[in-house]
Ligand binder design. Structure first.
Ligand code: ADP
Ligand code: MG
Length: 692
């Protein structure tokens, strides 16, 4: 690449240590920030900005505010030594409205530079000092050179030891000047034009050195759009979308033989979801369907019906769950549904012994087993299928794009069914799951009651224990969920650990049988405790969030969540869904001593919102998207500037622009689209995925 606009030859691929002002040491610091080559500085976006563009008069300053002041030095700067090597330079400055005291530590050389009677721009944070205001270590610029450090919006970069804001700012400046107009451009010109985006050059200039708040907004808009556009392209290319995809065509869509063996009749919504999937699977095209349904809506049954259909067609299925415990539960549940038909099921999880794994693998390779239920061990343990026809992933948002693709690749044109209890707006679903069809289970099985929810403080502990005693006296069972596993000395006071809490409950409720289960236990031990609880032998099960998803104990009627403020609303909703499954009046108690209004508002929301979709929306609104749609959780590449939740509007337009482009040129092979493809490849390089 060669600089055009800015000046002469500049190679953005040079090592950063060749930039002016960056030597070996600072290059090392930059390397810690992930920057090795000069050009990479362009995409090292500021993490924040400091608005030094507004110049205020002294009389308009308020305490604690950061601002610029244009003022004249009115007292001779006085230097005093403070012991050790500390020096203080102190003087007064005035504008027509008032006087400000300036304190400067350890920069005695400024005494020579600052002249009484001359005006400067000072940028600092206002502190109250006696009866007047003061700035300590302000940024100072002479009036005639103002505009470089003051009077403008300044970038604030992420730092590491050995490098400061100024170093990075100057290095970025050099690169911007060096590359001139030759900045990286991922968007096809037509796309940029139609979406009224500023040029890449303008965007990179103003994201680092905003000419104004408006310029910054335009720059950000462009770069967010570009990043999301690139993400959509990248994911679509990974999935190989755009190519016509035939699937194995199954036969027979009459499920009555299957449903007649069930202990209950499927709900209308379950039957519709089953019919949607069966239609896909018999169509000759590949099924790629998401079944979304609130906790307890009965998604497992939908999967079981389709696994049955596959088995009827002599095809194997794989069912992948995010945790061992869940895999164990699904194994048990699916066995219940499918064993009447002589369908052989094997389990495959990471913690199984070598021999058991070997046997499971053999049964799958020979085709003797028609279903494998497991964790991601299904992908990693060298599993082979004789004829895999259906891949089901449960709680799909916990798996990455690559994991799902890897499981599917174990078959030839295997159908894909993903199940999720987390409602996700359509635009995000497209990003996370790709272009799939959606069936909604919008109806709960009959007899379900609302789980009355209360938010209380730990002052209610006694009454809460009384409540436990009463319900268990009536024969019901209780879940208690705690956020931490062992007593951590630092967080002790604040966090209730599962083990500590178990001891406390045993002391308070000596007549009850109380057990504790957590993720650090051996699966065998966990399984036994779970089994005892499921069989009704235990009254109270204290746990960490290992029970978050899927666990099914119809006799449980009370869910207590300790330190409830630590959980996301959707997570709390999932937990609450663990009770109220058996027709007994059920309750959820959220215990929290959190004082901040935001936590209180969130917990209060749980007491009056009972619809999972509404909860998810509320979660987004209150908590912001960070945790809820965290990129990591979905196995997506890390984004540098866009925020999947907050930049929803941009996401929509970037998405439709990308999909339109991909429709016209599925592999982005045309000359004008190659930069977009290259950008997509760079984005994926980070996650280790490669395009074919
Ligand atoms: P999800 O995975 O959607 O949260 P599950 O598949 O675990 O829900 O089902 C929750 C509970 O509801 C299970 O105990 C299941 O046996 C039961 N169930 C499923 N469908 C029905 C139905 N149609 N009628 C009654 N109970 C049902
Ligand atoms: Mg489930």
């Amino acid at each position: 690449m060669r600089g055009k606009g800015g000046g002469g030859l500049f190679n953005p691929d040079i090592d950063v240590r060749y930039l002016k002002g960056i030597g070996e040491a600072k290059a090392k610091a930059l390397a810690r920030l992930g920057i090795h080559r000069a050009g990479e500085l362009l995409s090292f976006f500021p993490r924040a900005y400091e608005d030094r563009s507004v110049i205020k008069t002294v009389s308009h300053l308020s305490e604690g505010e950061s601002a610029c002041v244009r003022a004249m030095v009115v007292s001779e700067p006085e230097l005093s030594r403070l012991g050790g090597r500390k020096e203080l330079l102190r003087f007064r400055v005035s504008d027509s409205t008032g006087t400000l005291l300036i304190n400067i530590f350890n920069q005695s050389w400024l005494r020579q530079k600052l002249r009484r009677g001359e005006s400067y721009i000072f940028y600092g944070k206002t502190q109250l000092f006696g009866r007047s205001f003061a700035f300590t270590n302000p940024i100072i610029e002479a009036e005639d050179e103002a505009g470089r450090l003051t009077g403008r919006i300044m970038p604030v970069y992420r730092l590491t030891s050995g490098i400061n804001q100024r170093d990075i700012g100057r290095a970025v400046r050099q690169v911007l000047d060096g590359v001139g107009l030759d900045v990286p451009e991922a968007l096809p010109a037509e796309t940029a034009r139609r979406n009224r985006l500023c040029t890449a050059r303008y965007a990179y200039e103003n994201i680092h050195f905003p000419g104004s708040a408006h310029a910054l907004a335009l720059a950000r808009q462009r770069l967010v759009f570009e990043e999301l556009f690139t993400l959509v392209c990248a994911l679509s290319l990974v999935r190989g979308e755009g190519e016509a995809k035939p699937g194995i065509a199954l036969e027979g869509r009459d499920f009555s033989a299957f449903t007649s063996t069930l202990p209950f009749s499927p709900t209308g919504a379950q039957l519709r979801a089953i019919a949607d999937c069966a239609r896909d699977m018999c169509s000759g095209r590949l099924m790629n369907r998401l079944v979304q349904g609130d906790v307890g809506s009965g998604k497992t049954l939908v999967a079981a019906a389709l696994i049955w259909l596959a088995a009827e067609n002599s095809l194997q299925s794989a069912f992948m769950a995010p945790t061992e415990l869940l895999a164990e539960q699904h194994y048990a549940t699916l066995s219940g549904f499918l064993s009447p038909f002589g369908i052989k099921i094997v389990k495959l999880t990471g913690s199984m012994g070598a021999k058991a794994k070997r046997e499971a693998r053999a049964a799958l390779a020979s085709g003797e087993a028609a279903l494998a239920v497991g964790t991601h061990a299904l992908i990693s343990e060298g599993v082979e299928f004789k004829r895999l026809g259906l891949v089901v992933t449960d709680e799909q948002h916990r798996f990455g794009v690559a994991q799902r693709a890897a499981l599917q690749a174990k078959g030839e044109r295997a159908h894909v069914l993903v199940m999720s209890a987390t409602p996700i707006p359509r635009t995000l679903a497209l990003i996370i799951y790709g272009d799939l069809d959606v069936s909604l289970i919008d109806e709960l099985p009959p007899g379900r009651q609302r789980v009355d929810t209360f938010a209380v403080t730990s002052a209610y502990r006694k009454r809460l224990n009384g409540f436990i005693s009463r319900l268990t006296g009536e024969g019901r069972q209780v879940f208690v969920v705690c956020p931490a596993i062992e007593a951590d000395p630092e967080a002790m006071k604040e966090l209730v650990s599962a083990e500590e809490h178990t001891l406390e409950l045993r002391r308070a409720l000596p007549g009850l049988s109380i057990e504790c289960i957590h993720g650090k236990m051996k699966p065998r031990a966990r399984e036994e405790i779970m089994a005892r609880f499921a069989a009704g032998e235990t009254d109270v099960l204290v746990s960490t969030t290992v029970i978050e998803v899927g666990v099914d104990v119809p006799n449980a009627a009370l869910m207590i969540v300790e330190n409830a403020e630590r959980f996301g609303l959707s997570q709390l909703h999932q937990l609450r869904g663990r009770v109220g499954r058996g027709g007994h009046k059920s309750y959820c108690v959220l215990v929290s001593d959190a004082k901040n209004p935001e936590s209180q508002e969130r917990l209060a929301a749980m007491t009056h919102i009972y619809d999972g979709f509404k909860i998810a929306e509320e979660d987004l609104r209150l908590r912001g998207p960070g945790d809820f749609f965290g990129a990591r959780q979905h196995g997506l590449p890390e984004l540098h500037i866009a925020d999947l939740g907050a930049d929803m509007d941009v996401l929509k337009s970037a998405q439709s622009a990308a999909l339109e482009l991909l429709e016209a040129d599925p592999n982005l092979a045309r000359a004008e689209n190659r930069p977009a493809r290259a950008a997509a490849e760079r984005l994926l390089a980070v996650t280790g995925e490669r395009l074919s």
